[in-house]
Design a protein around this ligand. Structure first.
Ligand code: NAD
Ligand code: IPM
Ligand code: MN
Length: 369
């Protein structure tokens, strides 16, 4: 029997609406196939919300998100509001939403897909088989610490603050997932310099006692940045602070071959949001060239979180089929490429089991779309 879920759809700026449209195609194909009822409510966030209301996170949007079983987010950010001297910026909308929903664990899986290893600038043998998950703390640290400037405007500061409970809850989340994988957890920090990092080690060590089967290791973030490229296979689960996680996850996207491949789940005690790791890619906006895979896989992560595992599997399989058949957007294959919307149509057809479309794709024909 089908389930009913309320889903908030926050497409955002730039390529956000373009990739979201493809995610929604996949979602609707699943809805039809399994007889579910997904009640979608769209709301504005980021630059488009500033344009309309002066606020990057309007109250109405927050209410839609709070009322939903899950939130899907495209991306935020526009060049119009990129000037760092501006007081109101799109990014505040996203940060405010993460904080308001209590989404402290941002889960970013990274994989070297066999079919794509040749497309990464990193040597095949280094990345083949790489498969790890980054747990990025999302509602604390330097992103949310005290900041400001002096009266003379000759000094500015941001502070990295962490409470024990903030570290404990993400550590638990990471250990639990490590238990389902290779049972290896690596804490990425800068404990040779930062007091907050030393506190992370102390706190994670205590949590580790509850997971004796998991091997806990530590790596300084500068070294981790190098190891990610030299030997990404060594990683299973990584856990790290907000800023470090932001940086290493974009770096990790090089393993897959494109930032357009990386999905994420942001989880709190009672709420959840799913969004690509990438941003609004303003240079690509309006051209139908963005890779919607990250968004579509974010929908799959949502289904897994909602315990709709077969539905999630269908999406993973459909993306796998696209890779097998070299159905790719220009970021991965500039020679023979499919547009963002064509890619979404194909994923939709594969999920729906539309024989004719799949066959045509196999024959390399673009005419069906
Ligand atoms: P970006 O992630 O938007 O783009 C960086 C580069 O990655 C692009 O030039 C492009 O080459 C590639 N890329 C990203 N997404 C892609 C996709 N789906 N398909 C193909 N290629 C893709 O980062 P940026 O240019 O530094 O930031 C642009 C704006 O996005 C800024 O306003 C920034 O604050 C915002 N941003 C938002 C989010 C979010 O909404 N979660 C995340 C990161 C950046
Ligand atoms: C991300 C983005 C955001 C972050 C920005 C847009 C606020 O880079 O989701 O990775 O830094 O968290
Ligand atoms: Mn980022």
């Amino acid at each position: 029997m089908g389930v009913s879920k309320k889903i908030a759809v926050l497409a955002g700026d730039g390529i956000g609406p373009e990739v979201m449209a493809q995610g929604i195609k996949a979602l609707k194909a699943i809805e039809d196939k399994y007889g579910h009822n997904f009640q979608l409510t769209e709301a504005i966030i980021g630059g488009c919300a500033i344009d309309k209301t002066g606020n990057p996170l309007p109250q109405e949007t927050l209410e839609v998100a709070l009322d939903a079983d899950a939130v899907l987010l495209g991306a935020i950010g526009t060049p119009k509001y990129a000037d760092p001297t501006m007081k109101v910026r799109p990014e505040q909308g996203l940060l405010g939403l993460r904080k308001a929903l209590g989404l402290y664990a941002n889960i970013r899986p990274v994989k070297a897909y066999d079919k794509l290893v040749g497309l990464s600038p990193i040597k095949n043998e280094r990345i083949q088989g790489a498969d790890f998950v980054i747990f990025r703390e999302l509602t604390g640290g330097i992103y949310f610490g005290e900041n400001g400037r002096n009266d003379e405007n000759t000094m500015a500061y941001d502070t990295m603050t962490y409470h024990d409970y903030e570290i404990e809850r993400i550590a638990h989340a990471a250990f639990k997932v490590a238990m389902t994988r290779r049972k290896e957890l690596c804490l990425i920090d800068k404990a040779n310099v930062l007091e907050s990092s030393r506190f992370w080690r102390e706190t994670v060590d205590k949590v580790a006692k509850e997971y004796p089967e998991v091997e806990l290791t530590y790596l300084y973030v500068d070294n981790a940045a190098m190891q990610l490229i030299l030997n990404p296979k060594r990683f299973d689960v990584m856990v790290t602070a907000n800023l470090f996680g932001d940086i290493i996850s974009d770096e990790a996207s090089v393993i897959g071959g494109s930032l357009g491949l990386l999905p994420s789940a942001s989880i709190g005690d009672s709420r959840c949001l799913f969004e690509p790791v990438h941003g609004s890619y303003p240079e690509g906006a309006g051209k139908d060239i963005a890779n919607p895979t990250a968004m579509i896989l974010s929908v799959a992560m949502m289904f897994d979180h909602l315990e709709l595992h077969q539905e999630a599997r269908d999406i993973y399989d459909a993306i796998g089929t696209c890779m097998e058949k070299s159905i790719m957007t220009p970021d991965l294959n500039p020679e023979v490429s499919y547009s963002c919307s064509q890619f979404g149509d194909i994923v939709e057809s594969i999920i729906s089991g539309d024989e004719i479309n799949i066959k045509s794709v196999q024959e390399g024909s673009h005419s069906i779309i």
